[in-house]
Design a protein around this ligand. Structure first.
Ligand code: ADP
Ligand code: ASP
Ligand code: MG
Length: 402
């Protein structure tokens, strides 16, 4: 069997944890399996590196940022190889350059295009454990790139797909995927199974337990995932294709505080206005999320939307620049202390009333809804950030997920 095992930052945060991971991988190796290990940077090392860079130059180029951030993963893979070696098992660490993990050239948000597998297969044939840096890649000019925060999950799934692995296991600091982030909703429960589509919605809506692109890729290449803890042997959560089993009406609640609401007020009410606004934003690579257009009032209309905190300043500058000449709006309002709370469940496709029930839970705890958006399998509301935990807990309870 060929197994890909990915361990996140907390799982390799110190010497003891590194040896714990080394031993788990060696157990697999000794069963005769071929073992590929993907690691994140140790503990909060990526944040430490980001702080160091901001201290030196808050406007550092994204190329140099990626050059810096890739060192975190390089440290953990080398130390892991040393740990395995000290336990008498042959292991080799490889970075994105040595494997050759080819990505697009979008620094800090690159997409994997192709992985060369020859070197990995050769090392496995020589009965070595192969330890690979997560989160990083190289572009066509041999610059380092990174895949976005949490991107090591995507490295692991991409490797599992490229190597036609028999299993892809994501080890983290919780026992699996829960009905909500246990840090936000302490009563959250572990799910046994979750479908790709549900997991994709949860991950995209703030459930940081898996990088959303890793789920997208798992679905595309049909890589079944297991999410489980590196600190115990409890059974984890299986992420896989929709099955014929009874669909959960709601399988989880997700929260996301990384949201800024921007309202462009007093726009002309005529064709092409929304097009111009969002075209300007797209030209500056701003990802726009929930969009709300008001009804007409005295010949004018307002458009509100949300963006991430990282994109907010560029979005606001872009709108300000075009406010008078092209958009002809009266004013722009920015609200930073907002958050999204979402319910996700494949069962809501066939059962009406999920939105009403969610709004009732929010009403019961006195939380006002600023904006709403829906898909086939989710309902999302935008609320004041200070109510995030209370709202998530109330919604979680309303759907009897406790
Ligand atoms: P790693 O470093 O292993 O990649 P992460 O911090 O990226 O770990 O992801 C694990 C964390 O995700 C958990 O500690 C938990 O707080 C958070 N989380 C958010 N939503 C969920 C959820 N629905 N189920 C489990 N964990 C969640
Ligand atoms: N080390 C990177 C981060 O913190 C990638 C990862 O952990 O998946 O975002
Ligand atoms: Mg992670």
């Amino acid at each position: 069997m060929l197994v890909v095992k990915k361990f996140g930052g907390t799982s390799v945060a110190n010497k003891e944890r590194i040896f714990n991971v080394a031993k788990r991988c060696i157990e697999d190796y000794k069963k005769g399996n071929q073992v590929v290990v993907v690691l994140s940077a140790m503990g909060k090392q990526t944040d430490v590196l980001l702080d160091m860079a901001r201290d030196i130059n808050p406007k550092a180029s994204r190329r140099e940022m990626d050059m810096l951030l890739t060192t975190g993963e390089q440290t953990s893979v080398a130390l892991m190889a040393m740990a395995m070696d000290s336990l008498g098992v042959p292991a080799i660490s490889l970075n994105a350059f040595q494997v050759a993990m080819h990505t697009t050239a979008d620094y800090s948000n690159a997409k994997l295009k192709r992985i060369d597998t020859e070197r990995i297969y050769n090392e496995l044939e020589n009965r070595r454990i192969v330890i690979i840096t997560g989160f990083q890649g190289i572009d066509k000019y041999d610059n380092y790139t990174t895949l976005g925060r949490g991107g090591s999950d995507t490295t692991a799934v991409a490797l599992a797909a490229a190597l036609h692995a028999d299993a892809c296991e994501i080890y983290t600091d919780v026992d699996g995927v829960y009905t909500a982030d246990p840090r936000v909703v302490p009563k959250a429960r572990k799910l046994e199974v979750v479908t790709y589509d549900e997991m994709l919605e949860l991950a995209s809506l703030g459930a940081g337990v898996l990088h959303n692109r890793s789920v997208e890729m798992a679905k595309k290449y049909d890589v079944q995932l297991v999410v489980r803890s590196s600190l115990n042997n409890n059974e984890g959560t299986i992420v896989k294709e929709d099955t014929k089993m009874e669909k959960m009406l709601v399988s989880g609640v997700a929260t996301d505080k990384n949201v800024v609401q921007i309202s462009v007020e007093g726009l002309e009410n005529k064709p092409g206005v929304a097009f111009k606004l969002f075209q300007h934003l797209a030209n500056h690579n701003v990802n726009v999320d929930m969009i709300l257009q008001s009804v007409e009032h005295s010949g004018k209309q307002d458009i509100s939307f949300t963006v991430t905190e990282e994109d907010a300043d560029v979005a606001i500058e872009t709108i300000d620049r075009h406010a008078e000449s092209s958009l002809k709006c009266d004013q722009v309002n920015v609200t930073r202390d907002v958050a999204k709370v979402s319910v996700v469940g494949a069962g809501m496709m066939t059962h009406p009333g999920v939105a009403a029930k969610m709004f009732e839970a929010l009403y019961d705890c006195g939380v006002n809804i600023r904006q709403i958006s829906t898909s086939e399998i989710r309902v999302t509301v935008l609320i004041d950030e200070k109510y995030t935990e209370a709202a998530a807990q109330a919604v979680h309870e309303k759907f009897s997920l406790d």
